[in-house]
Ligand binder design. Structure first.
Ligand SMILES: Nc1nc2c(ncn2[C@@H]2O[C@H](COP(=O)(O)OP(=O)(O)OP(=O)(O)O)[C@@H](O)[C@H]2O)c(=O)[nH]1
Ligand SMILES: [Mg+2]
Length: 251
């Protein structure tokens, strides 16, 4: 039998439900760990949730792993919405949103850089202030980055710093993607964003400010991916700068 505290805390979510979108490309080692952690922290927290895994034809067997996890944790909790081939993160989000049954959506990476322990904190802050968006931040309130070399830290810090000066978005971590959104707010943002690649996350925050969306921040510790290849290269940086200048000129 449930105790009173449990009944009260569950009841207080009313019709709220949280959809966690997990886009994956070659995350076969990371997926079982991230799912285990999500289930652990979300079950403890007691909020209704579902996880939608969007795998883009990963050659390493991520989808087979996802199927195993689905049979382990159940089809209500783990939903699979795979696509045939690698079509990019932006459209993976759009694809996931279409299938989401929650009124809140959490975007996070599946490579263990984003720890699920921060999801309840984001939800609590959202509920406290009714924010449209709660953004995880590495660059304020005691958040941090672990495992990156100097070059990568410099690039990330530099991108944030320049964007702060040019666009003044009022959010401390612009290039991160660990965020909670009201579903309609996210839909509106995704539809209005034009950029692809790293600049996409930043554009989301710039547009959010344009639309007067309210944004809260929760400090996160970001850990570099343990398994799998990192893809940040020179062309990504050039793309980011181009996107930044485009936004500077047009917003
Ligand atoms: N469905 C789908 N997922 C993707 C695609 N590209 C990346 N992902 C996933 O999106 C998340 C973020 O991608 P990452 O490769 O971690 O990007 P990053 O964190 O900027 O770079 P590194 O971690 O340093 O490689 C991870 O969960 C990836 O598996 C894609 O084209 N389609
Ligand atoms: Mg990553």
């Amino acid at each position: 039998m449930e105790n009173t505290a449990e009944i009260l805390s569950k009841k207080s979510f009313d019709d709220d439900k949280y959809t966690i979108l997990l886009p994956t490309y070659n995350e076969v080692e990371n997926l079982p760990i991230i799912i285990w952690l999500i289930v652990k922290y979300m079950d403890e927290f007691g909020a209704p949730y579902e996880v939608i895994i969007i795998d883009d034809g990963s050659p390493d067997g991520t989808l087979d792993m996802a199927k195993k996890l689905q049979s382990l944790y159940g089809e209500k909790k783990i939903i699979l919405r795979p696509r045939e081939k690698k079509l990019g993160l932006g459209t993976a989000y759009i694809h996931g949103i279409k299938h989401a049954t929650g009124n809140f959506i959490i975007l996070m990476d599946a490579d263990l850089s984003h720890h699920p322990q921060f999801i309840p904190k984001m939800i609590e802050l959202q509920r406290e202030k009714n924010f449209d968006i709660v953004s995880g931040t590495r660059y304020n309130h005691g958040g941090g980055v672990y495992g990156w070399d100097f070059k990568r830290k410099l690039i990330s810090r530099g991108a944030n710093f320049i964007t702060q000066i040019l666009l003044r978005p009022g959010v401390s971590d612009l290039t991160g993607s660990f965020r909670l959104y009201k579903k309609d707010v996210l839909q509106n943002l995704v539809q209005s964003c034009v950029s692809k690649g790293y600049v996409f996350q930043m554009e989301m925050m710039v547009r959010a400010r344009q639309f007067n969306n309210t944004i809260g921040e929760v400090p996160i510790s970001f850990v570099d991916r343990v398994y799998g290849e990192s893809k940040l290269g020179g062309s990504e940086i050039i793309q980011f700068v181009k996107g930044l200048l485009y936004l500077f000129a047009t917003t």
